[in-house]
Design a protein around this ligand. Structure first.
Ligand SMILES: [Zn+2]
Length: 333
């Protein structure tokens, strides 16, 4: 294949991984959920369109697999969304108006079981009920399931403990300590015993619906998988059946349900301890063409297509700050 200088310059991109896109705190029914404010999100997009070439999944595939890339003077940015959140429907519409195609990574439990993904249960129940009530329910469920309270319980006192440190402890207990089956079971009980008693359509409040996903695809966006129930792929002991259910099944399920090709997935949590190396992944499956982590690196044609990086914009990232962060990733700081 012929290559020229222009192609060399423009065969690289920074991936962005968004989660919650929230309305202003005054009108948000869940003001304690942290996320990118929707006006700030629009500022991000104006900045990105001005300074970078916003690329699609197809461009990213071409870069990884020796296609022609894209031909603009600036570096590329790929916009992705993890977790199949209800917020993403509005984001998809904003992007569609701007002629931008993004990728939405969806945990299939929200469709097949009509149940939310693990960390999202923690976010919403704590946002509504607070840490104390969450932990009280957690203790009751540990007891009911005859699980060792001493081993798993998390102490919290409003006056002496930092709430964010406690939330981190809760997240890490569910992610790494309780094990795959116990975590899922306990979180679903917490969801049913707390969140579902308060809201009529609990799942639709939290996640995208099937018909919204259909519309997102009609807008020209792509979907990818994000495991079935949002597990740490590398940190979870998965037998062959579990691996098939969490990694392989979601691809086939989304392809059949939405009559679309699914070639990419993003690792839940996406950190070093959560992702497999390329070679480990290839040993287990060759179903996917691209896999995304949250390593903050510039993706080029030399980056392994199974270890692609993304930056996760935080709730305090203004467009100015985000632009600087992208510039730093491009020069490899
Ligand atoms: Zn996720």
């Amino acid at each position: 294949m012929q290559s020229n200088n222009l192609e060399k310059i423009n065969s690289s991109y920074v991936g962005l991984c968004y989660h919650y896109i929230r309305q202003s705190k005054q009108t948000d029914p869940f003001p304690r959920i942290l996320g990118t404010n929707i006006d700030e999100f629009q500022n991000h997009l104006s900045m990105l369109q001005k300074n970078y070439q916003i690329i699609s999944l197809e461009d990213a595939m071409n870069i990884s697999y020796g296609g022609t890339g894209f031909h603009e003077k600036s570096s590329g940015v790929l916009i992705t969304f993890d977790d199949g959140l209800s917020d993403h429907f509005t984001a998809a519409k904003i992007l569609y108006e701007l002629n931008i195609s993004a990728i939405f990574f969806i945990p299939t439990c929200i469709l097949q079981e009509k149940l939310p993904a693990n960390p999202i249960i923690i976010h919403y129940t704590i946002a509504v009920f607070g840490v104390e009530k969450f932990l009280k329910e957690f203790r009751t469920i540990l007891e009911n399931n005859k699980l060792d309270k001493k081993l798993f319980d998390i102490q919290y006192s409003k006056d002496t403990d930092n709430v964010w440190d406690t939330i981190s402890k809760i997240k890490s207990t569910f992610k790494y300590k309780l094990g795959f089956y116990n975590s899922r079971k306990i979180l679903l009980d917490i969801y049913k015993n707390l969140f579902c008693t308060q809201y009529k359509n609990p799942l639709d409040i939290i996640h995208l619906t099937e018909s919204q996903i259909r519309k997102i695809l009609e807008m020209g966006h792509y979907i990818g998988t994000h495991t079935h129930s949002h597990i740490s792929v590398a940190a979870t002991e998965l037998n062959l059946a579990d691996f098939a259910k969490e990694i392989i099944f979601p691809k086939n399920y989304l392809e059949q349900k939405f009559n679309t090709q699914v070639n990419s997935f993003s690792y839940p949590f996406g950190g070093k301890d959560d992702c497999l190396s390329s070679s480990e992944l290839i040993k287990k499956t060759n179903e996917y063409k691209l896999a995304f982590t949250v390593k903050e690196i510039l993706n080029t044609k030399n980056t392994s297509p199974y270890e692609l990086g993304r930056y996760q914009p935080t709730s305090s990232d203004t467009s100015f700050k985000l632009n600087n962060i992208i510039k730093e990733i491009i020069i490899g700081k």
